[in-house]
Design a protein around this ligand. Structure first.
Ligand SMILES: [Zn+2]
Length: 370
């Protein structure tokens, strides 16, 4: 993580940092400027698309049927002032156009129009942050909330302004976050589940608040019932926001407390019992894992994902597979059990979390031996 010369304000030499992408909701008063730029962005995009189409149609005439970033860059040079866009924004559009076309393996792409979600890309070093707001292309954009202990924005990266389907603008920007010098010497295993969102090896359970499940269920129902897009959109946005807010708080607490966090990947047999859509759980689990991994880094710790196979069946005390263990889908309802071999009474999820922690520690030990 070599750092280029200019240290951001408040950043001391020799400090560790990580970069993460943050999304901030922007106040609406600057929306008109972004809306105008988004239209210009569409114009540039469609211009690139036409140029690509043209090149492909005349491939017998020219040897380049696929336009490169450099070629598009040359074609669009100097268009900025007239369109009210900055040069780096146009470069980012050309870059993205070439990437998208390659990724989608298409001769050309869809045109961007009024129905496209607004998008204004930028290079990070052209966005300035003064402690309260981002200044870009001569306009100040105030975010609704800011996080402490973060340096905006990271050098040498790019980001974008994005408008969602409800017309609200966000900034997606890569930022630098200070990393704690050392993590506490503590460890925890986490079992992701259905009855509780997660169970920790110290016996604590992360119980989602009531609205959590209710909202996710409402969302699933609305999607199935093909409600109007606007309605689904609103329910969706609300459910996602509340879920993320809840998970941010929980993951922050865990990351602060534990230096090593081991999470199990979720086995399909767990999902077999539920009548709810798999995606409902998946989204929560994925969010939690993502948050844990960067928050662990932020606190100087580490987050590990391991295969959780057998973790709910092995006794975490004696390490055997007793006959009394919960087996497969049939025993998913069995929340407590006693080991035949050593007589320990287990809570199923806590036992699983303990096994996950052990698997994590074994993995680490193997790693150091190599
Ligand atoms: Zn046992």
């Amino acid at each position: 993580m070599a750092r280029k010369k200019n240290l951001p304000f408040g950043f001391e030499e020799g400090e560790q940092y990580i970069t993460i992408v943050l999304k901030h909701r922007l106040r609406d008063k600057a929306a008109s400027s972004l809306n105008r730029q988004a239209r210009a962005v569409n114009y540039v995009w469609n211009y690139c698309n036409n140029a690509q189409k043209h090149a492909f149609d005349r491939r017998w005439l020219w040897k380049d049927k696929w336009l490169s970033y450099r070629q598009l860059h040359t074609l669009t040079t100097g268009a900025g002032p007239e369109l009210g866009l900055q040069a780096h924004t146009i470069q980012r559009i050309c870059d993205q156009y070439v990437r998208s076309r390659k990724a989608k393996k298409k001769r050309w792409l869809r045109y961007r129009g009024r129905k496209s979600l607004g998008w204004v890309p930028f290079a990070n070093d052209q966005v300035f942050f003064d402690g309260q707001a981002f200044t870009f292309n001569g306009v100040r954009y105030e975010p609704m909330h800011l996080r402490e202990n973060i340096f905006y924005p990271a050098y040498g990266m790019s980001g974008s302004f994005n408008r969602d389907s409800r017309g609200r603008w966000f900034i997606n920007v890569t930022v630098e976050m200070r990393v704690a010098a050392s993590a506490p010497n503590t460890k925890v295993g986490i079992d992701l589940g259905l009855d509780t969102l997660a169970c920790l090896s110290d016996g604590r359970e992360i119980e989602p608040p009531k609205f959590y499940r209710a909202n996710e269920e409402r969302l699933a129902t609305a999607q199935r019932a093909r409600k109007t897009p606007k309605r689904v959109c609103k329910i969706h946005a609300k459910a996602v926001n509340r879920r993320k807010d809840f998970l941010h708080k929980e993951s922050a607490r865990i990351a602060k407390e534990y230096g090593l966090i081991v999470v199990g990947n979720v086995s399909p047999s767990k999902l077999a019992k539920t009548t709810m859509a798999k995606s409902v759980f998946d989204a929560g689990w994925a969010d939690l894992k993502g948050m844990l991994s960067y928050k662990a880094l932020m606190h100087g710790g580490m987050c590990l994902e391991v295969n959780e196979a057998w973790s709910s069946q092995v006794c975490s005390v004696c390490g055997c597979l007793p006959a009394s263990r919960p087996k497969g889908i049939a025993d998913l309802g069995m929340r407590e059990w006693t080991c035949d071999e050593c007589g320990t009474a287990h809570r199923r999820d806590v036992n699983a979390a303990k096994n996950i922690l052990r698997i994590g520690l074994d993995t680490l030990a193997e790693g150091t031996r190599l």
